[in-house]
Design a protein around this ligand. Structure first.
Ligand code: GTP
Length: 404
């Protein structure tokens, strides 16, 4: 009996102890979680509410030992980095332009449109067995469509008719030779097509580039600088097209590529004074040639006359202008001839630059524009590439048109 009483007492004591433990644990479970240690390096948090205010259990805690502190002796100050801007700009590389000799031959494939329409068109018509009136009319139409112009077309047809009659039977090679001779004759081989860009004793040669905006005037001035540099000259550029701000930037970029300085003035400033300063700079630098790009607004003819005339007069205080090159867009056809007339009234044009001949089938404009102005085509533009400006050579041009 005593044993039973002892067992009950032990059981009560054990149960009591266990229930006390459970209660204590339950009380602990309801206690507020310990406040998270403030993390000194974390960004200041937005005030949060409810469950959001709790720190997630898996948040890693940084201890003092795990934070790397900079070594006092090795602290470096980082410059703020501006995206896309390199720390130092490399100096622009000076390019070596392609040699100018033989450029037209190298670029002859660019004349493919004129070749198909004018050159091949004429050859196939002349190869017909019977050259009757209708065929001669077709030959005339082909020349007119290619913008050769009425009078030169009639001349050419007349001469061809006579020579074909004399020749009698014709082989393709003979016909090709005949056509080549007559086209070269029409374009003319006597004219002086050289550019007067050699310096004088104490001053550089001065070349003014004139033409309507959009004809490729600024581009041509830049390409011409490359032509001259390729031929060993030193060049200064004058951005006298102060009418369009971007034109001066465009010209300067062209110049920088070949190491030529560009003289420019404020936007809307006096073009004549920029041109004057450019020549002054050319004299100071001992440059061979100064190229002056001018503005070409045609909508006020009187304004244009006044401005261009003034630029020329002011530049001539340093000495005569050596070349006035008129830039014409070959794709504009008759419109180009009208422009040519207007410019010729303002300044004495000494040479024509026909641009965009790569984009037209109307290569005959070379003949028409020379006749219109009585001055030779000296350069032709055959593409948008920097070295796509070629000295004009009648023989190479005709060969490109009719194929060799
Ligand atoms: N296909 C082709 N494009 C050319 C040629 N010459 C110039 N261009 C293009 O013609 C466009 C007009 O050239 P610009 O030099 O800006 O014309 P601009 O006459 O100076 O005009 P402004 O600067 O407004 O006075 C440019 O996109 C040139 O790349 C060429 O021979 N062939």
């Amino acid at each position: 009996m005593e044993f039973v009483i002892l067992a009950v007492v032990i059981a009560v004591v054990v149960l009591g102890g266990l229930s006390g433990l459970v209660l204590a644990r339950r009380r602990k479970g309801h206690a507020a979680p310990p406040a998270p240690k403030p993390d000194a390096l974390a960004p200041p948090a937005e005030p949060q509410v409810g469950e959001d205010a709790e720190v997630p259990r898996d948040t890693p805690k940084r201890t003092v030992e795990s934070v790397d502190l900079p070594d006092a002796g090795t602290v470096t100050v980082l410059e703020p980095e501006i995206p896309g801007v390199p720390e130092t700009l490399p100096p622009p590389a000076i390019e070596v332009p392609e040699p100018t000799a033989g450029r037209l031959v190298r670029l002859r494939s660019r004349l493919s449109r004129s070749q198909n329409t004018l050159g091949q068109g004429l050859l196939s018509l002349l190869s017909r067995e019977h050259l009757d009136e209708d065929t001669w009319e077709e030959i005339e139409d082909t020349l007119l469509t290619a913008d050769v112009g009425v009078a030169p077309t009639q001349e050419l047809v007349e001469r061809l008719r006579t020579r074909v009659k004399v020749l009698g039977t014709r082989t393709p090679a003979e016909l090709r030779g005949l056509l080549r001779e007559e086209l070269v004759h029409l374009i003319g081989t006597d004219a002086d097509r050289s550019l007067h860009t050699h310096s004088h004793e104490e001053r550089p040669a001065v070349v003014m580039v004139v033409g309507v905006n959009g004809t490729g005037k600024t581009t041509t001035t830049g390409k011409l600088a490359r032509v001259l540099v390729a031929d060993g000259r030193s060049v200064v550029l004058g951005a006298a097209d102060t009418f369009r701000a971007a034109a001066a930037d465009q010209l300067q970029t062209w110049g920088e590529r070949v190491g030529a300085r560009t003289v420019r003035g404020p936007e809307g400033g006096d073009p004549a004074s920029v041109a004057f300063d450019a020549v002054k700079e050319g004299i100071a630098e001992g440059a061979d040639t100064v190229l002056v790009d001018t503005a070409g607004r045609l909508h006020t003819k009187t304004g244009l006359m006044d401005e261009l005339g003034k630029v020329k007069r002011v530049v001539e205080k340093h000495g005569p202008v050596d070349e006035v090159l008129l830039v014409l867009d070959a794709t504009t056809g008759q419109n180009g001839l009208v422009q040519a007339r207007v410019f010729a009234e303002v300044v004495d044009i000494t040479g024509i630059v026909l641009t965009k001949l790569d984009g037209t089938a109307k290569g005959g404009i070379v003949v028409a524009v020379q006749r219109e102005l009585g001055v030779p085509v000296k350069l032709v533009g055959l593409g948008e590439g920097p070295d796509d400006l070629a000295p004009f050579e009648p023989g190479a041009f005709v060969d490109a048109l009719i194929g060799e």
